[in-house]
Design a protein around this ligand. Sequence first.
Ligand code: GRF
Length: 202
Amino acid sequence: MRLGVLLSGRGSNFEAIANSIAQGRLDAEIAVVISNRPSAGGLEIARQRGIPLRVIPSAGLNREAWDRLAIEELQTHGVELVCLAGFMRLLSAGFIRAFSGRILNIHPSLLPAFPGLDAQKQALDYGVKIAGCTVHYVDEALDSGPILLQSAVPVFDDDTVDTLSARILAQEHSIYSRAIQAIVEGRVTLEGRTVRIRESEK
Ligand code: GRF
């Protein structure tokens, strides 16, 4: 399956997906990485690995215009599944339609708790005892589509945003590839907003 990764920053989730592919745990190929920020760290990772990359700066472009360029790039590279990985923009209705049911995101909270920015800080401020991350399909609203996988981590009394974020991030790196592989193997079905994933026969 040909993946298109959209990112805006560091790119550790993208790197984890690339590692899963390199290690044979994920039967996919990253066809292109697209960043809306020229300074995104993820671009350097793509460069080092020889993965095709494109920068489409979003500064000064409206949402529809940026999305049209991104759709074109993804289609040019034959992308079948779009993986948002630290992509800090909402997608337009046109984009969602173009890749309907084929867009995933990773979010650092147990949705529907703490959507939006600074999810780990939101969780700490709220005082939850369990935090985590979610891989979900993307629809037009923020962090709201059907949930594929979640992973929980404990919150400790002495946690800071950094320590909690690092604990969650380790789980992000594991469940994102697992969710993609389930789709690749055709083990995922959607009933209403409930996703069912059959056990792998591998
Ligand atoms: C991750 O915490 C992800 O859940 C969120 O943005 C962060 C991106 O990190 N959507 P990275 O760029 O993948 O390292």
